[in-house]
Design a protein around this ligand. Structure first.
Ligand code: HEC
Length: 321
């Protein structure tokens, strides 16, 4: 039986095809075996380019190693151009080359029908309950009862803190041994309040301002525990986990975010997170957790107070109806 000899031209073509197939389908198939993931790992286009260039360079060296090698490689090409395979074959190849090239050029330059990339609506409202619109942050505007309770606690030197910060305050007390627990807050409104407590005549506005400082502190602590990983220390959406999400955590210092929405809306977003968003907020799912599952209403409002304060923003004021 006559031994089939391919000749170096067809060997080169075959090697190129085999290498392409190995990179395109072989590597993803092997990756499934190795990683045991239910999907193959894709091969980046740059890696494909890299392998193909290396293969072409190697084949070029192989073919041009000797005069005979180059002659052997070019023989089928010359034979074709001289009509050695038949005129029809020559015509077919000479027609196919420009057709393939022009088809590729057409593919690259033709305008494609694509979904615009900015379709996502950051502040969807189709399922936003109207009743939330006028909600005011009870933590930022403490009622008379809360102020009275705070004054009583301050007079007895027994301020109630949320359990999450209790230990820190106690450690500080043991270390510093202050006369009053409120000395923990070395800020003007609290100093003024402490001076008034000392003199025995407390005015409610000062007490309210001091209470707000305490609420802010608790809000910041809750923010650090729950939101910082994504939204960051600087509330700029750059926490340690932020890079892991296609839809990045929001930068609260950006003017287009929490400043353009009413507090009730922020509360609703924090309460229901990504799972609570309607379809117009797609195509990327939000990683924002559904905080009603793990934070009480009061905790959520405290965080929102701290969130606006850290971002140095004020919420939008609801339109009067
Ligand atoms: C797992 C990461 C993650 C954590 C933790 C997280 N968020 Fe988010 N948050 C996101 C992402 C992602 C978005 C942007 C997508 C979206 O709009 O839902 C977002 C959006 C928001 C928005 C919407 C802002 C706007 O203008 O539309 C608010 C408000 C918000 N987060 C508050 C919080 C608060 C408060 C906490 C802590 C209690 C928190 N987030 C914790 C990921 C997170």
């Amino acid at each position: 039986m006559k031994k089939l000899r391919l000749g170096s031209f067809f060997t080169v073509v075959l090697i190129l095809l085999v290498v392409y197939a190995l990179v395109k389908w072989g590597i993803p198939a092997v990756s499934r075996e190795v990683t045991t993931l239910p999907f193959p790992l894709p091969v980046p286009g740059t890696l494909m380019f890299f392998y193909m260039v290396l293969t072409v360079v190697a084949l070029f060296l192989f073919v041009t190693f000797s005069e005979e090698g180059l002659d052997d490689f070019l023989r089928p090409v010359k034979k074709l151009l001289r009509g050695g395979y038949s005129k029809i074959a020559r015509a077919a190849v000479l027609l196919a080359v420009p057709v393939v090239v022009s088809w590729q050029v057409y593919e690259v330059v033709v305008p494609k029908v694509e979904v615009p990339s900015s379709l996502r609506i950051q502040h969807p409202s189709s399922n936003f309950p109207k009743s939330f619109e006028d909600k005011k942050n009870p933590i930022a505007n403490p009622g008379e009862a809360q102020v009275t309770a705070f004054i009583e606690q301050a007079e007895a030197n027994e301020i109630e803190f949320i359990p999450q910060v209790q230990e820190d305050v106690e450690n500080w007390m043991n270390e510093v041994e202050p006369d009053h627990v409120l000395e923990f807050f070395a800020v003007e409104p609290v100093k003024k309040f402490l001076a008034q407590l000392e003199s025995g005549s407390v005015d409610r506005e000062t007490a309210r301002a001091a209470l707000l400082e305490k609420n802010l502190f608790e809000g910041r602590a809750l923010y650090a525990m729950n939101c910082r990983a994504c939204h960051g220390d600087s509330v700029a959406g750059d926490g340690p986990m932020a890079d892991g999400f296609k839809l990045r955590p929001i930068n609260f210092t950006d003017n287009g975010t929490i400043e353009t929405i009413v507090e009730g809306y922020t509360f609703w977003r924090v309460t229901n997170g990504g799972p609570g968003l309607p379809t117009e907020a797609t195509p990327w799912d939000s990683a924002m957790p559904e905080w009603k599952l793990s934070l009480t209403e009061e905790e959520r409002w405290k965080i929102i107070l701290a969130e606006y304060d850290l971002a140095q923003k004020t919420p939008r004021i609801p339109e009067s109806h």
